[in-house]
Design a protein around this ligand. Structure first.
Ligand code: GDP
Ligand code: MG
Length: 163
């Protein structure tokens, strides 16, 4: 299957919007993978002559704020198992939450490369808001806007450099 990138994060941070932006589709390929009980969205991305697969692991928790840690634990476990690179998406407009802290604490323990993505930086004024995510101990966040596409080129450069 080649290189696999998984998108994780709590609901409503913009994972699916980022997935659709990177795959340039509104409705991605949906695959039922043998041996798993959950649907996941798979897509293909091509960047600078490199192709990779991308998974929106949170596909089944559609816009629900009522998510349990157990659900997100499964999501992150899938990502850690399957992915070569993990995109951890947080929301710069809303700021960090306890659930973000929880995900960060799991991801700090993995040896897989984790790229921290501060989404919803639609304009420069939100750049400063993203600085708080440095405290996750996962490096400097990439600031981008999945809605308008700004910042996604730098992220893609970094992703393909890690394969
Ligand atoms: P998911 O639950 O993490 O998959 O998040 P979604 O992709 O479903 O997005 C949740 C909400 O955030 C939707 O209303 C999106 O339109 C909005 N959203 C996603 N990305 C951005 C962004 O870059 N900027 C802004 N302002 N809103 C965004
Ligand atoms: Mg989603």
């Amino acid at each position: 299957m080649g290189n696999i990138v998984a998108i994780v994060g709590r609901p409503n941070v913009g994972k699916s919007t980022l997935f659709n932006r990177l795959t340039k589709s509104r409705k991605a390929i949906v695959n039922e993978v043998a041996g798993t009980t959950r649907d996941r969205q798979y897509g293909k991305v091509e960047w600078c002559g490199q192709e990779f697969s991308i998974i929106d692991t949170g596909g089944w928790v559609v816009n629900s704020d009522d998510i349990f840690e157990e659900e997100i634990n499964k999501q992150v476990a899938i990502a850690i198992e399957e992915a070569d690179v993990i995109l951890f998406v947080v929301d710069a407009m809303h700021g960090g939450t306890d659930l973000d802290d929880h995900v960060a604490s799991i991801l700090r323990k993995t040896k897989k490369p984790v790229i921290l993505v501060a989404n919803k930086v639609d304009s420069n004024e939100w750049q400063y808001a993203a600085a708080e995510f440095y405290s996750f101990g996962l490096g400097d966040p990439y600031t981008l806007s999945a809605i308008n596409g700004s910042g996604t080129g730098d992220l893609l450069d970094d992703i393909v450099a890690r394969f």
